[in-house]
Design a protein around this ligand. Structure first.
Ligand SMILES: *Cc1c(COP(=O)(O)O)cnc(C)c1O
Length: 394
């Protein structure tokens, strides 16, 4: 017999989420999620859907009609973009400089797309010239890139790649899982045909939805397909009739998740995009100043860094796992370890959305300094002063 009493209430306690996601969620979002669950065709919920789409368009800085949250995490958004745009035999160029570019390639191969990879060193940006060379004499259907490579902390400039995509007639597909809500992202201005994101990074909502947006050219590619989309669940031609005027049942929207996303987007709109992006930049600069004052170094060159995800080289003598354990157990701070080739070499420190704040920067710097000293790693004094100096200038 199962003893129900042996299962205690869920009570994870408080954490400071400074990893690669999820990020800290504000109490307002959690409260919105606890509102009554109603029918997914209830007129009240339909108005929540419409408002969520409006708020999402404003965040993506687009007029794209097809802008919706896909039911699923960021990877579901990635899959949505590829399965809808790519048919078997279609040529696809994917830029790879980290884990998420690699994941894109896996999906293209599963769909039966003809994949061309453009690789760059992990921790560096993709060189547009390498992409130009790769598309020479080809007319790929899609050119795909990750804007904010969360596995390395690299920010990929999009303008040149967008121009290359236009020149060779390809649709420009961009992973904005980590950048959306934390830095400038403008689908219309940047000429992006398909983008996807996730709720748990700079939007600061729990994981579970993936905002996606398709341009007119993207929608045309879907409409003119010769073969049905291989995924029934993620087929935008059907999902869009549920989010569009027809309200045709496809699958039941995750009602309470959408409440939460609407509230998170409302918080972003209240703050204003410019202020929000500036806040991410300032906290990033303060964190880096503190890290460098300690004598540690960043993986990514200064001009290629993301504001919301900081990769710090693990100093000689420090034990990766023990440091992260001590941060979590002693201070409630979660950070990420390295992935793939960078495992054991870097720590990934997120300053995303609600978590991108001065208090967290000081907490992290002092906790890290304390822990490293305990492990006998030599650190220089002055981290907090260096961070403080950045704030007093900003
Ligand atoms: C987190 C992340 C994903 C995957 O999102 P999940 O929500 O974990 O499925 C994809 N791309 C990037 C850049 C990410 O940071």
């Amino acid at each position: 017999m199962l003893d129900a009493a042996s299962f205690r209430d869920i009570d994870p306690g408080q954490r400071v989420l400074m990893g690669p996601g999820p990020s800290d969620v504000s109490a307002r979002v959690l409260q919105a999620m606890s509102a009554p669950c109603i029918g997914h065709l209830d007129p009240y919920f339909l108005s929540v859907m419409d408002e969520t789409q409006q708020l999402l368009r404003s965040l993506f800085q687009t007029q794209n009609a097809l802008t919706i949250p896909v039911s699923g995490t960021g990877s579901a958004g990635m899959e949505t973009c590829f399965v809808n745009l790519v048919e078997p035999g279609d040529e696809v160029v994917v830029c790879v400089n980290g884990v998420f570019g690699t994941r894109m390639c896996d999906i293209v191969n599963r769909i039966g797309g003809k994949l061309t990879r453009v690789d760059a060193e992990w921790g560096r940006t993709i060189d547009p010239q390498a992409v130009r060379d790769a598309v020479k004499g080809k007319s790929p259907k899609v050119l795909a890139v990750v804007h904010a490579e969360t596995s390395t902390g690299v920010c990929q400039p999009l303008e040149e790649l967008s121009a290359i995509a236009k020149d060779c007639g390809a649709l420009f597909l961009v992973d904005m899982v980590t950048s959306l809500g934390g830095m400038e992202v403008s689908l219309d201005r940047m000429g992006i045909d398909a983008a996807y994101s996730g709720t748990q990074k700079c939007i600061s909502c729990p994981p579970g939805l993936s905002p996606v947006s398709f341009s007119e050219a993207g929608i045309n590619a879907i409409t003119n397909r010769k073969t049905p989309v291989v995924s029934w669940y993620l087929d935008m031609s059907m999902v869009s009739s549920y989010w569009g005027a027809e309200r045709k049942y496809h699958h039941t929207a995750p009602i309470n998740m959408i409440y939460g996303l609407r509230e998170a987007l409302r918080i972003i709109a209240e703050e204003g995009l410019e202020k929000r992006f500036a806040r991410h930049r300032l906290n990033h600069q303060a964190l880096v100043a503190g890290i460098e004052a300690m004598g540690l170094s960043m993986l990514v060159p200064e001009t290629e860094r993301l504001p919301m995800l900081n990769t710090i080289r693990i100093p000689d003598g420090a034990d990766d796992v023990l440091v992260r354990k001590a941060l979590l157990n002693g201070f409630g701070i979660e950070i990420g370890g390295g992935l793939g080739a960078l495992a054991g070499k870097v720590w990934r420190v997120g300053l995303m959305g609600h978590a991108a704040r001065e208090r967290n920067v000081f907490l992290f710097l002092s906790a890290l300094e304390t822990i490293l000293k305990t492990q006998g790693v030599a650190v220089k004094a002055g981290a907090l002063e260096a961070a403080s100096a950045v704030y007093s200038q900003g």
